[in-house]
Design a binder for this molecule. Structure first.
Ligand code: AMP
Ligand code: MG
Length: 460
């Protein structure tokens, strides 16, 4: 087992409540990502034993460390909550992985904490397995994400609409510092706390900012760039996060909190799957402006670190926030260039235009997003578009290396969760770009009519 530290708790005690996991009657590992375990420096056999199960349910924290529930605030669907925090989660601590990177071990569903409000502090197997599957797919697709080490059943039932088997998800992340963490620190009015939080974020995620004369602005700009790049990758792959509240946005630039997330089937920018997103705030096509909005909330929280003069601080923040649009556009256009098999000789403006024309065609014809890119040119029936695209000398082999054939399609995830058979789906999505015999059904678009009524749930 790697050695653990409690850096977050030590440096930011105002935001950490020492706590421990619930006592579960019969905890047992349901799934373990052995590759990730090895990467983190864990012995998989040990993790499968009593010590590992205790570590991953929060009942046996590593010697000399204290697990904590983290405090954070956040805008949920636009409304501000000054005190959210880990209502059903624990930060076990930080450890150094095989590559020398500091990572958090964090447990979701480990019991009520002082932040639980009306919640039961628990999680059900379905939503935790869902995070296990989708986060693995995102990682395999090359998209920054928190990782799922294991899902454990607890032996305790969880009351939702019906009684469901309970679970804990053990996840690994670059950190759990969120936009909402900064909002919380700012709201305390304690500038020193805000500074310590920013210093930890710099040390863990954007160390080069420390060298500059304006470390906190450089930190903010690094987050802006990281989030612009991340959301561009979501858009390129057709991922809908579903609940982009500011407490669900990291400063590391990793995707976090897989709740009601889903992938696009047919290309339609207004797509919303989440049952609670009735206004469509977090629709597929709204994700870039929502990310920008969230980053504006981060800027507000960080203002005292930019300059003592508030007016001046606002000017500096605005200037830095303005990096988002160009950074997003560049990441999206470059991604689309690769998805269309075009090389760097094609000008950005031309790459963007041909991509946008294809999206219009896909929307009009209600084409499946993922397979249309994968099956270029056969999937497109617009002769003018095909002619113009061919004139740009696309490399059809190259585009197969960036357009996945296997993603965790909504109907496949539901089927796997319903049957409990996740192995074949995991095999397919763990190597998403390589077509393999026997996995044909995982490449097929959703059955007719499936998307129209599909809804996802938070499982909270
Ligand atoms: P989420 O939208 O899942 O990121 O959660 C928003 C907030 O609700 C966080 O503070 C969570 O810790 C809290 N929360 C969600 N589900 C539960 C639960 N079952 N019990 C206690 N707190 C919860
Ligand atoms: Mg959350």
């Amino acid at each position: 087992m790697p050695s653990f530290d409690s850096r977050f708790a030590r440096e930011l005690p105002e935001m950490a409540i020492p706590w421990q996991g619930a006592d579960f009657p019969d905890p047992a590992i349901l799934v373990l990502d052995e590759e990730l375990a090895a990467d983190c420096g864990f012995d998989a056999a040990w993790l499968r034993g009593a010590g590992g199960v205790g570590l991953m349910t929060g009942s046996e924290p590593p010697a000399g460390t204290t697990a904590v529930a983290q405090a954070y605030a956040g805008h949920q669907f636009g409304g501000y909550s000054p005190r959210l925090g880990d209502g059903r989660a624990l930060l076990v601590g930080e450890f150094t992985d095989k590559h020398g990177n500091l990572r958090d071990l964090h447990l979701k569903g480990s019991g009520r904490t002082p932040f639980a409000r009306g919640g039961d502090g628990l999680a059900a197997v379905g939503p935790m397995l869902r995070e296990f599957i989708v986060s693995r797919a995102m990682h395999a697709l090359g998209i920054p994400t928190t990782r799922s080490l294991a899902v454990l059943t607890t032996g305790r039932m969880v009351r939702r609409e019906e009684n469901l088997p309970g679970a804990v998800l053990a996840r690994v992340a670059a950190s759990h510092l969120r936009v909402g963490s900064f909002q919380y620190a700012r709201a305390t009015g304690d500038r020193d706390l805000l500074k310590r939080l920013a210093d930890q974020a710099i040390a863990r995620h954007h160390p080069s900012a420390a060298e500059s004369g304006e470390p906190y602005r450089r930190l903010f700009e690094s987050v802006v760039r990281a989030q612009a790049a991340l959301v561009a990758q979501w858009m390129l792959v057709g991922f809908i996060h579903g609940v982009m509240n500011t407490d669900n946005m990291t400063v590391s630039g990793e995707t976090i909190d897989y709740g009601p997330c889903a992938f696009l089937d047919v290309f339609e920018p207004s797509t919303v799957y989440s049952s609670i997103d009735t206004g469509g705030r977090y629709a597929y096509g709204n994700q870039p402006p929502v990310a920008h909005w969230n980053l504006a909330r981060l800027a507000e929280a960080m203002l005292p670190l930019f300059d003592d003069d508030e007016e001046k601080a606002v000017g500096l923040a605005t200037e830095s926030l303005n990096l988002f649009g160009p950074a997003y556009d560049e990441a999206w256009t470059n991604g689309m260039r690769r998805k269309l098999g075009l090389d760097d000789a094609v000008e950005a403006g031309d790459a963007r235009k041909i991509a946008e024309r294809l999206l219009v065609h896909m929307r009009d014809r209600r084409l499946d997003y993922t397979s249309t890119f994968r099956n270029l040119p056969a999937a497109v029936q617009d002769p003018e578009w095909l002619r113009d695209w061919r004139a740009m000398n696309p490399d059809v082999d190259a585009l197969k290396r960036v357009n996945p054939i296997y993603i965790p399609r909504n109907h496949l995830v539901e089927e796997a969760l319903g049957s409990g058979e996740i192995d074949d789906l995991m095999t397919a999505i763990s190597d998403p770009f390589t077509e393999r015999d026997g996995l044909e059904r995982f490449a097929e678009p959703a059955p007719e009519g499936f998307g129209a009524c599909y809804q996802t749930f938070c499982g909270t």
